[in-house]
Design a binder for this molecule. Structure first.
Ligand SMILES: [Zn+2]
Ligand SMILES: [Zn+2]
Ligand SMILES: [Zn+2]
Length: 246
């Protein structure tokens, strides 16, 4: 399985539109500190790509990957927060490709309740599919929004949970079965806005003996501080353009 991190930021990206913090200013002056909104491209054969989450940077991310809509095998979404979903509207232009949308039953209902997304389905820009590429595990994130961890991979299993308020028993049961966990790295020190802080999640993750990569990094966070903290567990932090073969 090849995993490409097309974006590794939380909801505002780095730099964030309304921010002059030290991390955003540095990202403005040096491209290597930039992060687009969280998005993964995954493939078993380096040819057929599926996408996990598509936020506001999705058109640029597809350009970077050098593929076009027609090449996408399917798109899976964790939840409908804008940083994970509004890129779907990019399919509302041009040809009607019937992009295959792979979501949990709860998220399907939320999409059909949302006029902007429902339009894409009604016109045929996107259609729901059930496939066994992705398994959806319901997790706690935001009240009144459904949210899933997504498990994928044939030989090696990967669990992706970029937005997670709590590692409950159900999620833990899935975590012990996988080879790689890509997890919520929004905040290092303190859990906020329904994101479990890295310092708290590591207390659970360290006992699983798995490879862990943190993503969905908030602009407020000092990345070097995160690296210094997680190295004791041999965990990693994702960056845009990072590629993992497993
Ligand atoms: Zn998010
Ligand atoms: Zn900032
Ligand atoms: Zn979210």
């Amino acid at each position: 399985m090849i995993i490409k991190f097309l974006g590794t930021a939380s909801n505002g990206g780095v730099p964030q539109i309304d921010c002059r913090c030290i991390n955003c200013e540095r990202a403005r002056s040096d491209e290597k500190f930039r992060r687009l909104r969280s998005c993964l491209a995954v493939s078993e054969n380096n040819k057929d790509w599926s996408i996990i989450d598509c936020g506001p940077d999705f058109d640029r991310q597809l350009e970077n990957l050098k593929i076009i809509t027609q090449d996408i095998k399917s798109i899976a979404l964790t939840h409908l927060h804008p940083d994970h979903s509004v890129g779907l509207t990019e399919f509302g232009f041009g040809k009607i490709h019937q992009v295959k949308l792979n979501v949990s039953d709860n998220l399907k209902r939320e999409i059909l309740d949302n006029p902007m997304f429902k339009h894409l389905i009604d016109v045929g820009f996107a259609k729901f599919v059930k496939s066994n590429i992705f398994k959806f595990v319901s997790i706690k994130h935001w009240p009144n929004h459904s949210c899933s961890a997504i498990v994928f991979g044939k030989k090696k299993k990967i669990l992706f949970a970029s937005d997670c308020a709590e590692i409950d028993n159900n999620l833990l049961k899935e975590m012990v079965k996988v080879d790689l966990i890509i997890f919520d790295g929004t905040f290092l020190n303190e859990s906020k806005f329904n994101h479990l802080a890295i310092k708290e999640s590591c207390q659970i993750l360290k006992n699983l003996n798995k490879l862990v990569i943190f993503t969905h990094i908030n602009h407020s966070e000092n990345v070097q501080e995160i690296i210094d903290f997680i190295k004791q567990f041999k965990f990693k932090i994702a960056h845009d353009g990072m590629e993992v073969k497993i």
